[in-house]
Design a protein around this ligand. Structure first.
Ligand SMILES: Nc1ncnc2c1ncn2[C@@H]1O[C@H](COP(=O)(O)OP(=O)(O)OP(=O)(O)O)[C@@H](O)[C@H]1O
Ligand SMILES: [Mg+2]
Length: 224
């Protein structure tokens, strides 16, 4: 099954009178279990594409299907339900809540949804990212790589259909970046989670099941 389907989507930003085309007639299908890398120069449209796939924004034209549903006709409320149910986000800037410890940060999205057994689920997710011994640590008491692992655990804890990560290692040194990307690949293989990740990191591209290259808002190459 395709978890994501973009059909001929375009998106243009307006800066006063200036039009900035960010995506131009893009079509893309992503199947369950894929590890898709999106690469391309700065300004090529990677973040715009991820925002549309994540139902954070709507295209000017074309269709976005997530888990089989066309999201263009959903209200803001139903869009947010769609995001919660189907999509996990891993942000470049981590976005953890500073006053909560690792366990509470990971459990937070589950508690919001009133899901039972959130504590055990959060513990299991933290174990999967190698942080069993750091559950009680707050973000200020963790390294950058550990903070990103907490953010990954939070992104995977509800077992979403798609996990989106926009340059998840941009704020990490190169060795830690390699470890974090390796962890995402492992989660893809072991947990069969579907990832769409934008990155410039060369080594992960060799291991990803598919690499999509954007240029000026269009698909330049799509290599499996
Ligand atoms: N909110 C916005 N308002 C106006 N223009 C925007 C906005 N967001 C993005 N753009 C423009 O859209 C184009 C695509 O931007 P996007 O952020 O998707 O690129 P990117 O590939 O993620 O770049 P980077 O590697 O620098 O993150 C660029 O020309 C950018 O300037
Ligand atoms: Mg970007």
């Amino acid at each position: 099954m395709n978890v994501v389907e973009l059909v001929n989507i375009s998106k243009t930003y307006h800066l006063g009178k200036i039009e900035v085309p960010a995506l131009r007639r893009i079509s893309l299908s992503v199947a369950q279990g894929e590890f898709l890398i999106i690469k391309g120069q700065s300004g090529s449209g990677k973040s715009t594409a991820l925002n549309l796939i994540g139902a954070m924004d709507l295209p000017d034209s074309g269709e976005v299907h997530i888990a089989g549903r066309d999201i263009s006709k959903l209200s803001d409320y139903h869009l947010s339900l769609m995001r919660r149910k189907h999509i996990g986000f891993i942000f470049q800037s981590f976005n953890l809540i500073p006053v909560l410890n690792a366990l509470e940060n990971v459990a937070y999205p589950l508690r919001l949804q009133g899901i039972c057994g959130y504590r055990q689920k959060a513990e299991a997710a933290l174990e999967q990212v190698g942080l069993s011994n750091f559950m009680k640590h707050r973000p200020t008491e963790l390294s950058g790589g550990q903070i990103q692992r907490v953010a990954i655990a939070r992104g995977i804890v509800s077992k979403p259909d798609i996990i989106l990560a926009d340059e998840p290692t941009a704020n990490l040194d190169s060795e830690t970046s390699a470890q974090i990307l390796e962890l995402l690949l492992q989660l893809n293989i072991q947990q069969k989670l579907t990832f769409i990740v934008s990155t410039h990191h060369a080594t992960v591209m060799e291991k990803a099941s598919r690499v999509l290259e954007l240029k000026d808002g269009q698909i330049l190459a799509d290599a499996a």
